[in-house]
Design a protein around this ligand. Structure first.
Ligand SMILES: Nc1ncnc2c1ncn2[C@@H]1O[C@H](COP(=O)(O)OP(=O)(O)O)[C@@H](O)[C@H]1O
Ligand SMILES: [Mg+2]
Length: 379
């Protein structure tokens, strides 16, 4: 067992103590929600009131945090949840589940003039934007973060993020929303046609234009007419909305915001993380740490000794399992070494693969010990 004090240990503890916002990013299924909840919980344990804003938490985790019935609102983790886990936090922990559709609707309800609001809600382009358009989920998660950050007094907010297929979807999201709203060319083309009551053939000659690119991202049977209606309605959103998209963008580059990149240990999954890391870094959002989650730990010599003391055929079976574990651990070690080479000075923080899912407060607290360097993965 390597001790605390190795490279990487403590970097997340410092971020939890000093930053106002921690954003956990990474591919789907790597453990972003788990890491987000663990970090917020750790902050509360150490005395910093925090909120974790989760996206699609596993049902059992949501239940454990008392989130089952709530959507899009914050709830304080009740005292019995802590005491049942044998834990005593020094500050409150709050959690919420982000409802992306609802957040979009709230945003439009706030910024769209009353006469266009219903038209926007009913428009299929809006429905696509608020649920499926590339980058829109990423955008709305950050938008919610901005709202929470500016309207509530939480010393620390930890944001979980949607499973992102491409790092660029995430980083580009505020730009895309701004482009979409500010695209004068598209509006200039569409508005007269709309006023005339029908779309001219001209629209089919837009070729590789912005509008066509947006269109091609949408599936199904949407019509240009409906797009025109949508652009027109969205253009009625006032300047405050644009201002807000700019503020969201600025928050991500704020010195009080820290990014944590979460990834798995296997070597064949590292390309994505390495790519994500380089894009974040190039955009002034270098992660404070890369969390390597679900690292297989190598069996110890004692594990093998104990197995050899077992009667046949159990002995052979246990030995085979231990050897498999040793192989997986060796493979992970290679992946981790390569990852460290690729991410340069960014510290890696390893969390072991636990035997069970991380679905309750006690397991989150155990995960957090690894995240802040109070425990470390044996190699
Ligand atoms: N270190 C770990 N050991 C064991 N199970 C884990 C670990 N990290 C996450 N899990 C489990 O893996 C599943 C996916 O994790 P989750 O945090 O929901 O991933 P993501 O948010 O990236 O999609 C969950 O059931 C979670 O409890
Ligand atoms: Mg998740």
């Amino acid at each position: 067992m390597s001790g605390a004090g190795e490279p990487g240990s403590g970097v997340l503890a410092r971020a939890l103590a000093a930053r106002r916002v921690v954003v956990c990013v990474g591919a789907g299924g790597v453990g972003k929600t788990t890491v987000s909840a663990s970090l917020a919980l750790e902050a509360a344990l150490k005395g910093r009131e925090s909120l974790v804003c989760t996206i699609d938490p596993a049902k059992r985790l949501a239940n454990a945090l008392g989130l089952s019935a709530l959507g899009n609102v914050e709830a304080r983790i009740p005292d019995p949840v802590w005491s049942d886990a044998g834990l005593t936090p020094r500050a409150p922990l709050h959690a919420m589940m982000l409802d992306m559709k609802r957040t979009w609707d709230e945003l439009i309800a706030r910024y769209a003039p009353a006469d266009v609001r219903e038209r926007i809600f009913a428009n299929r382009f809006y429905q696509a934007l608020s649920s499926a358009l590339a980058g829109s989920q990423e955008y709305i998660a950050m938008e919610k973060l901005w709202e929470l950050r500016s309207s509530r007094g939480y010393p620390l907010i930890v944001l979980d993020t949607p499973p992102t297929a491409h790092a660029l979807d995430f980083l580009d999201a505020p730009n895309r929303v701004l482009d979409f709203l500010d695209n004068d060319a598209a509006r200039w083309l569409l508005t007269p046609a709309l006023r005339a009551g029908k779309m001219g053939l001209k629209f089919f000659n837009l070729g590789g234009s912005f509008v066509m690119k947006q269109l091609s991202r949408l599936t199904g049977t949407e019509t240009l007419q409906e797009l025109a209606n949508f652009m027109l309605a969205m253009s009625a959103l006032n300047e405050d909305f644009r201002e807000r998209a700019r503020a969201v963008k600025a928050l991500l580059r704020d010195t009080q915001t820290a990014f944590v990149l979460v990834t798995g240990a296997a070597v064949d999954r590292q390309d994505e993380a390495i790519h994500f890391h380089s894009i974040l870094t190039a955009n002034g959002m270098a992660p404070v740490a890369v969390v390597v989650n679900r690292v297989h730990t190598a069996p110890t010599a004692e594990d093998f000794d104990r197995a050899r003391a077992l009667p046949s055929p159990l002995q052979e079976k246990v030995l085979r399992t231990l050897e498999e574990r040793a192989t997986l651990a060796a493979r992970d070690a290679l992946g981790i070494a390569e990852l460290q080479r690729q991410v340069g000075n960014t510290p890696l923080v390893q969390v072991p693969r636990f035997e069970q899912d991380v679905h309750d407060v006690r397991a989150l607290a155990e995960t957090a010990r690894y995240l802040v360097g109070e425990a470390s993965v044996s190699v």
